[in-house]
Design a protein around this ligand. Structure first.
Ligand code: ZN
Length: 313
């Protein structure tokens, strides 16, 4: 095993870079802008240049680098072929081969949510487990599945798209994916605000601090629930019901050892975990009832950790 490896997490506006020791220590992180012009043609060149600059700065020989592992925001096959990353302007090509040619290093790439799940398994909230499902509760709901220590990508790279599990038969508004009634329409940071607004409009008689919360955010709703506001408690219960039921469904198929919950909304902490756990146990198949729940620990560095873990396989 060589001494160093790079982790890369490509986002729509910035690319997060990390220099690691292959033992798992993160030595340094930095960011470069994502140049999406010219159908994203400069993105890999910029990453290659950033790696080159860091090697020069640190006096590290290329021969001492295991490789580069990367999360990309879109579907990607097991051989490194990306199938259109709309955010980046990318079409269909092999990102591992292309960056490998630019750098002369081994490159491994996966979908960013799956790669983040792998990072949490390696050095975060899922450490010590081999079968885990990560759920990221941000503006939407993302997910990643790790089975036997490896990413489960699925036939079209769409495994782990937990946010689009159908939960309601219909909804007045469409989800970002075009369907109606998806989990993330209710159980994300945006989703809980949305169902709260709807609830307040339907129940004008209800007295709650949420009526004057400006702006109404998911944090404001969780804070009010912690302070005992009945409406806020009911909204958190609703989100816990939907997530608990969805996770009990996932467990019927995958039977993971642990669910790792991350994303901005997970900062609500135990009140959220309790609401999920209570409903999970209610709906789970008996043999899956002992599944553990953990909070993610790596924040937005999970992707660069997971990238490095991929390169070490
Ligand atoms: Zn959807």
């Amino acid at each position: 095993m060589k001494t160093y490896a790079f982790g890369v997490d490509i986002g729509g506006t910035t690319i997060k870079m990390g220099l690691f020791r292959t033992s798992g220590d993160l030595l340094e992180t930095w960011e470069i802008p994502t140049r999406t012009e010219a159908e994203g043609a400069h993105i890999l060149e910029d990453i290659a240049q950033a790696v080159e600059d860091k090697l020069t700065e640190k006096g590290i020989s290329r021969l001492d680098v295991e490789g580069i592992g990367m999360g990309v925001p879109g579907p990607i096959g097991p051989d490194g072929t990306v199938f259109r990353c709309v955010n980046l302007g990318w079409g269909v090509f092999n990102v591992e081969q292309s960056l490998g040619q630019l750098t002369g290093l081994k490159v491994r790439a996966g979908n960013d949510a799956n790669v983040a799940a792998l990072g949490e398994m390696w050095q975060g909230g899922g450490k010590g487990y081999r079968d885990l499902v990560m759920i990221t509760l941000g503006t939407g709901v993302g997910g990643g599945v790790i089975l036997g220590g490896k990413i489960l990508a699925g036939a079209n790279g769409a495994a782990g798209e937990i946010g689009h599990i159908p939960m309601r038969d219909d909804d007045p508004e469409p989800c970002g994916c075009g369907k109606r009634g998806c989990l993330e329409q209710y159980a994300s940071a945006n989703g809980i605000v949305r169902i709260t607004r709807r609830h307040l409009a339907a129940h004008p008689e209800e007295e709650t601090v949420l009526r004057t919360a400006e702006p109404l955010t998911s944090k404001a709703i969780f804070d009010a629930a912690k302070a005992g506001d009945a409406t806020a408690v009911a909204m958190v219960e609703e989100v816990g019901y939907l997530l608990g039921k969805a996770m009990a469904t996932i467990a019927c198929v995958l039977n993971p050892e642990v669910f790792v919950i991350g994303g901005g909304m997970s900062k609500a902490g135990e009140i959220l975990l309790d609401a999920i756990r209570k409903n999970y146990v209610r709906f789970a198949f008996h043999a899956s009832r002992e599944t553990q729940f953990r909070l993610a620990e790596l924040g937005n560095s999970a992707g660069i950790y997971g990238g490095v873990r991929m390169v070490l396989e």
